[in-house]
Design a protein around this ligand. Structure first.
Ligand SMILES: [Zn+2]
Ligand SMILES: [Zn+2]
Length: 303
């Protein structure tokens, strides 16, 4: 399996603090970085991380609250100063094109590489490559908000080298054909079927990014059987009413959702800056969903 890592660049809700920057998560897969949200100081967080600017392939903004967006103009401008030439894809809610146009008009923003902006109109697949796709669903916040899922495509089964040797399959292109699911014929006329030497297909991994949102059915559907769900947990359980009023979740809401969607691992982020210590939020969630982890700025998670 190719390494798939998540770096939680910013993990705080609302304003940034010295301990928790505003929301941003980088997904690093096969030499490409996908960035989910771009709160204030995201570019500083990238500089502090092991990530490299040049690998940034696409940015996905969930909604247009400042703590998810304010870092974007600065990051886009810095990429210009870094002599980027490769195109960059940007996905976000309706209105993102207008905002960037105004910033360009007044020379706040200048980009010298192709920036392809897509405003999301409906749920579905936004981006697809040979190895993965990214899909979106409308989640339940106080302004239009999109949750995202990265889905790795299924991987071929494991090639059984010993079995291949025993059957006399030579090294080289014939083995490649078997891995790609094609029957081959050896020089002595024997035919070998792929299932004789290649194991069953391996399911691709799924990573879901879901913030900001009240608990909702769309988020459950998006998260179904995900290997990793990154979900907001702005407040502790006793502030549920306040959380829901402002379109947010508690850590226990996130845990219930993770349990219902049968995910493998839950990462809590978007922690209210009122909490110096977020451990109680984590412990409350673990009562419902034990495999819950707490995001910290610049922490790296393997999927
Ligand atoms: Zn937020
Ligand atoms: Zn918000």
């Amino acid at each position: 399996m190719h390494p798939l890592t998540l770096t939680t660049l910013g993990t705080g809700a609302g304003r940034p603090s010295l301990h928790r920057s505003s929301s941003a998560v980088a997904l690093d897969y096969q030499g490409e970085i996908l960035l989910f949200d771009c709160g204030e100081s995201t570019q500083m967080q990238i500089m502090k991380s092991t990530l490299r600017w040049g690998k940034l392939a696409a940015i996905f903004i969930g909604h247009l609250h400042g703590d998810h967006f304010n870092g974007l103009p600065g990051l886009l401008a810095t990429l210009s100063m870094s002599d980027r030439e490769a195109p960059l894809k940007l996905f976000g809610p309706e209105g993102i094109t207008d905002i960037l146009s105004v910033l360009r008009k007044h020379r706040v923003l200048y980009t010298n590489y192709p920036l392809e902006v897509f405003e999301i109109k409906k749920a579905g697949v936004l981006l697809e490559t040979d190895h993965y796709y990214v899909e979106t669903r409308f989640i339940d916040h106080i302004i239009p908000c999109w949750g995202y899922a990265f889905q790795e495509k299924d991987l071929p089964g494991v090639f059984d080298v010993k079995r291949a040797e025993a059957l006399g399959v030579p090294h080289g292109p014939l083995r490649g054909k078997l891995v790609r699911g094609q029957e081959i014929q050896l020089e002595d006329g024997r035919k070998i079927r792929p299932e004789e030497v290649v194991g069953p297909k391996r399911s691709g991994r799924r990573v879901v990014y879901c913030l900001d949102s009240r608990p909702c059915s769309e988020a459950i559907q998006l998260s179904q059987k995900a290997d990793c769900l990154i979900h907001e947990a702005t407040f502790e359980a006793c502030l549920g009413e306040e959380a829901h009023e402002w379109g947010h979740s508690t850590s226990q809401d996130a845990a219930r959702l993770a349990k219902e969607a049968q995910v493998k691992k839950l990462i809590l982020t978007h922690i209210s800056q009122r909490y110096d210590q977020a451990k109680p939020l984590l412990e409350e969630a673990q009562v419902i969903f034990p495999n819950t982890l707490l995001a910290e700025d610049l922490k790296i998670f393997e999927v």
